[in-house]
Write a protein that binds this ligand. Structure first.
Ligand code: UGA
Length: 448
């Protein structure tokens, strides 16, 4: 009989994982403790903007014309326990308030709620990003609390999906990593992932700590790559070099690679910043803090980018000390394009700093407006890029949405007070903007 799968937590990771599991042919039951999320998902709507996710939900949630009906949602732990052969735990692990460490409370409470419902053999699979050592502890807890005791096993299966490509990354992962103690759980997970394995996705089996570390190591490497190129941008600015050309030139070396070498205002979001901090905190607990002191530098280069952008903007509006009386248009609020996520968004951080220094800031973002308003209600918001730039003394391009690359600089030029644009993502074409009479400046590039 086909495996029945449950997914606990329906955020970016869980909602996508649940829909993807249904797409792979399994019957899936998702759970969230927030009733509004269950209502939305049951109505075939995604709780966040993620390209392709709503189509997938409607293809599988019961009640839509032609849907497979394989995907349902509930808030009942009892139902989850009775239904599932394999339970994926996908709750989030944010940064603890006022500390670097990771807040494990959602994971702990998911395990504490799930375990007492497990009255028969089952596999629990942790997907959340957790400090190394957590899986070992959670496995013991499961055995203690589950009525089926040793019949309930744990595996750790980190997730590498990127927001904006979550559906694609889940259905066609570039690797599947499984931390496990037993052949039985490895076999079950090979069955769950039979389709991507059949397409050639490598299946890497490890112990618990390695599986946990693979995730934090991968994100730390990506963060390091971004901060490396941003450090080069600082040197380029000092030396009159061009970081975009530099990135292109070093990227031709296959050992270095072109990806994740876009200099700008740096990384943000719900993963990279908190993951490197939690990693440092955990290494400290393990007595290995020296191994990760470089991540402190990675973090500080990254945070410096935001301040640097504010400085560039201040210089651009010709003010020494404040933005008083200056109108600043901000294009982009999300931490990256094709997402509505504004968690630790460099764009919003820059907008907020300028606002606090007296600037009149107007923000426009294609998908992140509601979330941005929620986080920074005192900023000005406009319904389009054209509206946002009206009367602006300077325009800041802070999230590289395609919509912004397709803007007509001539049309925007008619609306602004001064044709001055700062590209915080090195994503616009300088020649096009300069050709339309704009002063174009970017981070780590020469001024024309
Ligand atoms: C990141 C990882 O890329 C995923 O592999 C991982 O699964 C995920 O975290 C997670 O832990 O859940 P994500 O947070 O969606 O994914 O975003 P990224 O695409 O990694 O971008 C992160 C930030 O880096 C963004 O703010 C982006 O603008 C910035 N970035 C990216 C740069 O500044 N330069 C670049 O060259 C690339």
């Amino acid at each position: 009989m086909a495996l029945k799968i449950t997914v606990i937590g329906t955020g970016y990771l869980g909602a996508t994982h649940a829909a993807a599991m249904a797409e792979l042919g399994f019957e899936v039951l998702g759970l969230d403790v927030v009733p509004e999320k269950i209502e939305m998902l049951t109505a075939g709507r995604a709780p966040m903007y993620e390209p392709g996710l709503e189509d997938l939900l409607r293809k599988h949630v019961a009640g839509f014309e032609g849907s497979t009906g394989r995907l349902r949602f509930t808030s009942s732990w009892e139902e989850i326990g009775a239904f599932g052969d394999v339970h994926f735990v996908c709750v989030n692990t944010p940064q603890k308030h006022g500390e670097y460490a990771c807040d494990m409370s959602y994971v702990e409470s998911a395990f504490d709620s799930l375990a007492p419902q497990l009255g028969r053999a089952a596999l629990v699979v942790g997907k959340s990003t957790v400090p190394v050592g957590s899986a070992e502890r959670l496995a013991r807890r499961l055995t203690e609390l589950a009525p089926a005791g040793g019949e309930v096993e744990l595996a750790w299966n980190p997730e590498f999906l990127r927001e904006g490509f979550a559906v694609q990354d889940t259905l066609h992962p570039d690797r599947i990593v499984v931390g496990t103690h037993s052949e039985r759980s490895e076999k079950l997970l090979r069955e769950v992932y039979a389709t991507p394995i059949g397409e050639g996705a490598p299946f890497v089996v490890t112990d618990f700590p390695t599986a946990e570390l693979v995730k934090t190591a991968a994100n730390s490497f990506l963060a390091t790559k971004i901060s490396f190129i941003n450090a080069m941008a600082e040197v380029c600015e000092a030396a009159g070099g061009d970081v975009v050309k530099l990135a292109e030139a070093i990227g031709y070396d296959e050992r270095i690679g072109k990806k994740f070498l876009r200099a700008g205002i740096g990384f943000g979001g719900g993963c990279l910043p908190k993951d490197i901090r939690a990693f440092m905190a955990r290494a400290g607990e393990l007595g290995a803090d020296q191994a990760l002191t470089f991540l402190r530098e990675v973090d500080s280069i990254n945070m410096r980018r935001r301040g640097h952008m504010v400085e560039l903007a201040r210089e651009a509006v010709g003010s020494d000390s404040s933005f008083l009386g200056k109108r600043v248009a901000v294009l982009g609020a999300t931490f990256k394009p094709d997402s509505d996520d504004v968690r630790d968004s460099p764009a919003l951080n820059v907008a907020g700093q300028i606002h606090l220094q007296g600037g009149q800031v107007t923000v426009y973002d294609p998908k992140g407006m509601d979330n941005a308003r929620g986080l920074f209600p005192t900023l000005g918001y406009a319904e389009s890029a054209l509206e946002a730039v009206r009367g602006a003394d300077v325009v800041l391009h802070l999230t590289e949405w395609r919509e912004f690359r397709e803007l007509d600089p001539a049309e925007l030029g008619e609306a602004v007070t001064r044709r001055l644009i700062l590209d915080g993502r090195n994503a616009l074409d300088p020649a096009v903007w300069r050709g339309a009479g704009w002063t174009y400046r970017a981070m780590g590039r020469p001024r024309a």
